[in-house]
Design a protein around this ligand. Structure first.
Ligand code: ADP
Ligand code: ZN
Length: 727
């Protein structure tokens, strides 16, 4: 009797036992293959986690699988091991982990499909379009000029091309070609000669191919870390292996991908949430078949089923977006990548100009090999920093006279200016002129933000919006808008610099498909004089003509309660500043603040990020926080006021025994910083231990009890291991 232990990619806990189909020899079955099964009468596709010869399930209750889907595993053994580790470490059902690891079409049982590139070119014959078919003639001209074009190029150069192309195809004027996407064009761009520091970094990593090594590559912004990744990917491919390059966000992927495609001989695939289900499935298939030489992807790319992964890179390893903080499976892609490298015996490179305190601590402890790139690679000088004391300064919509003067000068010299403001919308507060009452969201402990684009008040936490009232509901007084958002600064800039093309980049501005790329293109081409935006702007972008960066206001973070706030602020300031002066002309960063003497800010600006981070470490140690302690948080929410806290009180009481046994500290529950969100009251319970192992053991003992306590109560709860934020 052959038993298949099958995990369904859903939140179902554990695996289910099925009988192998009659006639299928155990030898032909292996873990990682998919099998179609019936579950409660419903057809599902699961993954075989184990092939066994006995089961606890009674013979008559055992159902056969309907069909084994694959002839070879689609979850390779080392990946299955990784997923099992993640399920244990994050205390998630393996099915939930699998769900994250498999794109939709793979979960539905589709056969792996190698992506095809589609091109269109002139057929050299056919029936000429009538003279009034202007668009058809224009598209035909474009194809004649360019030879062949793919979808991406057509979308860029001929918006609305599809119906026009259909007509041309009907007239047999063009042909549609398909070829395997892995037939990548030969590298087009000449490679830079690596400088000494880059070469040493490459050599150090390459010396350990085929073995598990962790490297921390600390390179100042513009020091050429990407060139180091490129050289390493090339070497991995020459060894017949694949490389995974994790990047924080989609915004970054396009530019990085272009560089990789232009410079590497081999297929470079992308994987991120902006793709269609089919595109994600193609990339998954290409990783599995080995056709993808390099995959550049965001967070969940860390779970792709590589045939022979030889190198993992985590670019901007400090970035908070590597931590999944929304779904139930709250993993950290950097940490999973490291585990993956350990299981697969391969080197992993963490790169950043502003490493996280976790990675820095690991490097200082000797766990990571440390490499530095100390200079900007293209010979550019590091940007000059200037602090602008806002106390007593007269501001025009948030901009100080020295910043405005510097902007005028740079724009006159046809250089670009970047302004950073981490607040979207027009004004973050609307209040009554008479009684001072500010408008809050009825569902959240948060102010409503006024947006110019639709003239409405929005809550940034739950998404509701409403029309602004004409008068205060309390006293009938008139309303006024206070504070500064990107829309307001944009409008002000348009008045001050009517001749200048101003590009705003924030989540509101780039909601439409491809809008971000269009706006970035305006910046890159040099058309834009001023770029104004939020966090989205800070990362990875390389704008050679950008010489002045103005940080409009970052003061909120100086006194935030979240224990990572100051670390993140330092990273943000250095990363935004790093956009200045990456080309030939020297750059300058102006930081506007009401707290020019803030001690940590002083260290950051005088001595740089390294000194800044080193000084934060002992503070973390004294406060018993990561990287010196391991944390987990149980968060609960309820519609009724005290339910969540009451539930966590019970969990807290239930934890005493296992906390003692596993040397874990469990703090009494506390309301979350924003207690009310989207109509729910929220509380959290913090657990802390000196090592991950103790914490894990304590959680393993506590969670079943918590699940029992939650039963029948009107609370929702989840666990977050290594939380991104906690107080
Ligand atoms: P980082 O990723 O560290 O911010 P990049 O890899 O984007 O830096 O490199 C910054 C700039 O320096 C890019 O324009 C890149 O082409 C250039 N560059 C990188 N390495 C070299 C080199 N060895 N010689 C000359 N230019 C280089
Ligand atoms: Zn709200």
């Amino acid at each position: 009797m052959t038993i298949l232990r099958i995990v369904i990619p859903s939140a179902l806990p554990g695996s289910l036992d099925y009988l192998a189909p009659a006639g299928a020899g155990a030898a032909a079955l292996s873990p990682g293959m998919r099998a179609a099964v019936k579950l409660g009468g419903r057809a599902c596709v699961g993954v075989i986690a184990e092939v066994a010869d006995r089961t606890e399930v009674a013979r008559e209750r055992l159902k056969p699988v309907e069909r084994v889907v694959d002839a070879a595993p689609v979850v390779p053994a080392s990946l299955l091991e990784l997923l099992q580790w993640a399920a244990r470490y994050y205390h998630q059902p393996l099915g939930g982990v699998l769900r994250t690891a498999m794109p939709l079409l793979a979960r539905r049982g589709a056969a792996p499909q190698i992506p095809q590139s589609v091109f269109w070119e002139c057929a050299g014959g056919g029936e000429a379009p009538p003279p009034r078919a202007v668009k058809q003639r224009a598209l035909l001209d474009l194809l004649q000029d360019c030879g062949r074009l793919d979808e991406a190029a057509l979308a860029r150069r001929f918006p609305g091309w599809r119906p026009v192309m259909r007509r041309l195809l009907q007239r047999r004027l063009v042909t549609r070609l398909e070829e395997p996407a892995q037939a990548a064009p030969p590298p087009r761009a000449a490679r830079h000669r690596l400088n000494r520091e880059q070469q040493e970094a490459v050599d150090a990593v390459a010396a350990g191919f085929g073995e598990f090594h962790r490297h921390l590559l600390e390179g100042v912004t513009g020091s050429g870390k990407t060139e180091v990744y490129l050289a390493l990917c090339e070497q991995a491919m020459q060894r017949g292996e694949q490389a995974l390059v994790l990047v924080p966000e989609i915004a970054l992927t396009a530019q990085t991908v272009e560089r990789f495609r232009a410079q590497l001989a081999g297929a470079v695939c992308v994987f991120h949430s902006g793709l269609t289900d089919r595109e994600r499935f193609h990339c998954w298939s290409a990783a599995l078949s080995g056709d993808a030489g390099v995959v550049i992807g965001t967070r969940s790319a860390v779970f792709l089923p590589f045939k022979r992964l030889g190198l993992a890179v985590v670019d901007e390893e400090h970035d908070a977006s590597y931590k999944q903080s929304e779904s139930s499976f709250r993993y950290h892609a950097r940490d999973v990548a490291i585990k993956r490298a350990q299981i697969g015996a391969l080197p992993v490179v963490l790169g950043s100009a502003t490493p996280s305190l976790e990675s820095l601590h690991n490097a200082l402890q000797g766990r990571y090999a440390r490499r530095h790139l100390t200079r900007r690679a293209a010979g550019a000088a590091p940007p000059r920093w200037r602090v602008i004391d806002l106390r007593g300064s007269r501001l025009e919509d948030g901009l100080s006279p020295p910043l405005l003067a510097a902007m005028r000068e740079r724009l006159a010299a046809r250089e670009q200016v970047l302004l950073f403001l981490n607040r979207r919308g027009y004004a973050p507060v609307m209040l009554c002129r008479d009684c001072g009452a500010a408008l809050s969201c009825g569902r959240c402990d948060a102010r409503l933000v006024y947006h110019l684009c639709d003239g409405r008040l929005h809550c940034h936490h739950c998404g509701v919006s409403q029309r602004p009232p004409d008068a205060c509901s309390g006293c009938g007084g008139g309303m006024r808008l206070v504070g500064l958002g990107t829309e307001k600064v944009e409008r002000h800039l348009a008045q001050l610099f009517p001749e200048t093309d101003i590009v705003r980049i924030d989540t509101d501005a780039v909601r439409r498909k491809n809008e971000l790329q269009r706006r970035l293109e305006r910046v890159r081409s040099g058309d834009a004089g001023i770029v104004l935006g939020t966090q989205m702007l800070t990362k990875g972008h390389h704008f050679p003509a950008m010489t002045l960066v103005g940080i409009v206001n970052a003061d909120q973070s100086l006194f935030a309660a979240d224990f990572r706030a100051i670390e993140r602020l330092g990273q943000l300031i250095v990363q935004v500043g790093g956009r200045a002066g990456r080309g030939a002309a020297a750059g300058e960063v102006m930081l506007q603040t009401h707290h020019p003497h803030h001690p940590q800010l002083q260290v950051l600006l005088k001595s740089g990020y390294g000194a800044f981070a080193l000084q934060l470490l002992p503070q973390r140690e004294a406060a018993q926080l990561p990287p010196y302690r391991h944390l987990a948080v149980i968060r609960a929410r309820s519609a009724a006021g005290a339910e969540a806290a009451a539930f966590l009180d019970l969990v807290h009481r239930a934890s005493q025994e296992c906390a003692r046994r596993h040397a874990t500290q469990v703090f009494p529950p506390a309301p979350m910083m924003m207690e009310k969100k989207a109509g729910h009251y929220r509380a959290q319970l913090l657990l802390s231990a000196a090592d991950a192992h103790s914490l894990n053991a304590c959680l393993a003992a506590l969670l079943p009890a918590a699940a029992r306590l939650a039963r029948g109560r009107k609370v929702r709860w989840h666990l977050d291991v290594d939380p991104g934020e906690a107080v």
